[in-house]
Design a protein around this ligand. Structure first.
Ligand SMILES: [Zn+2]
Ligand SMILES: [Zn+2]
Length: 345
């Protein structure tokens, strides 16, 4: 089969002819890949940034946002059948460790991460397991949902965690309405009653945000202007801020937009949150981290997607054009998410 493989960090991957994976364990599932999402993380992998954290053995196949059709199942698998359309939770988890027992898939002690530390989905066939597959509703095609497996799941997870605190009369502020943020806005609009205010530098991003559920938008010209506008809209600060940027100053601004007792949900990363402890106690504010999402979050996100409440803007490439897609993403020529289609279906 064809696979997009990294041989050396700092060099473009190549499209190689390799053996397809085989069923080894009773819980294994092989999937004919229908769509593999391309993500900034792939660029960071190619640069070598993830090597010290995940150290996969080279060469290996990238692609961690995967959907397709079940090709074969191990002897113990009963939740999917050959031919079912599925999206994969990004982690292959054990189901037995304490984190798995409480449903915290992202913190599984024995997880494999296809596309990050073992062979991923930019190939014709992917090996995963029964715990990772979510069956797709009849109306959904792999190419329409693959990118939700990572970016969308992360955004949904944060909103889902905050949802009990976003009852009528509350204010949610979203910083950054790009690839992740625009899924967050749609999730907020569909599962919470909060008034939604979106902050972004780009007028184009704000326009999109208004069309998918934002009640108010604020163009990020200066921190002072944003703070004044948010204060006015929310009547004294947000109950929850979702920081989808996490760097370049957004991480410093986010806690300043909270009312007393509010929470800063950190989703984007790269910067430092530096808060005087006296502010934390006197204002009783919280800083909350968010990592990918749970299997159940992915099931709920697929339900929202099937009902048309979450949509994703994509550009499709055949697998053979993987290097063009990577180049387009790297040079800012890709509007929406890039999706690689190996099978032609
Ligand atoms: Zn990703
Ligand atoms: Zn586990």
């Amino acid at each position: 089969m064809k696979a997009v493989r990294v041989h050396d960090y700092g060099k473009p991957p190549s499209i190689d002819e390799v053996d397809a994976p085989t069923l080894d364990g009773a819980w294994d599932v092989l999937v004919d890949i229908g769509a593999a999402g391309l993500c900034r993380t792939d660029l960071h992998i190619i640069e070598g940034q993830w090597d010290r954290i995940q150290h996969p053995s080279l060469p290996y196949t990238i692609g961690h946002e995967n959907a397709g059709w079940v090709r074969a199942v191990g002897s113990a698998v009963g939740n999917v059948q050959v031919g079912d359309a599925v999206i994969m939770h990004p982690l292959v988890t054990c189901g037995l460790c304490p984190a798995c027992r409480v449903g915290q898939d992202s913190h599984c002690a024995n997880a494999l991460f296809p596309g990050i530390n073992v062979n991923g989905g930019m190939a014709e066939v992917l090996k995963t397991n029964a715990r990772a597959v979510v069956k797709l509703d009849d109306g959904l095609r792999p190419r329409d949902v693959a990118a939700l497996a990572d970016a969308g799941l992360t955004a949904y997870h944060a909103v889902r965690k905050a949802a009990p605190d976003l009852f009528p009369g509350t204010h949610a502020v979203v910083i950054g309405s790009g690839g992740l943020g625009h899924i967050g806005v749609q999730a907020l609009a569909s599962i919470t009653s909060a008034t939604i205010t979106v902050v972004d530098r780009s007028e184009q991003a704000l326009e999109l945000a208004r069309s998918i559920g934002a009640d108010h938008t604020v163009q990020a010209t200066s921190d002072e202007a944003v703070q004044a506008a948010v204060d006015e809209i929310t009547g004294g600060g947000a109950h929850i801020v979702f920081d989808f940027v996490g760097e370049a100053g957004a991480e410093k601004l986010a806690p300043q937009l909270l009312r007393n007792g509010g929470s800063d949900y950190v989703i984007g990363y790269g910067g430092n949150v530096d808060l005087p402890t006296i502010d934390i106690i006197s204002r009783e504010i919280n800083v909350i981290g968010n990592l990918v999402g749970t299997y159940q979050d992915l099931v709920e996100l697929m339900t929202l997607t099937a009902s048309g409440k979450v949509t994703l803007h994509t550009k499709v490439y055949p697998l053979d054009a993987a290097l063009d897609a990577i180049d387009d993403l790297d040079h800012g020529r890709l509007l929406g998410r890039g999706i690689l289609i190996p099978t032609g279906r």
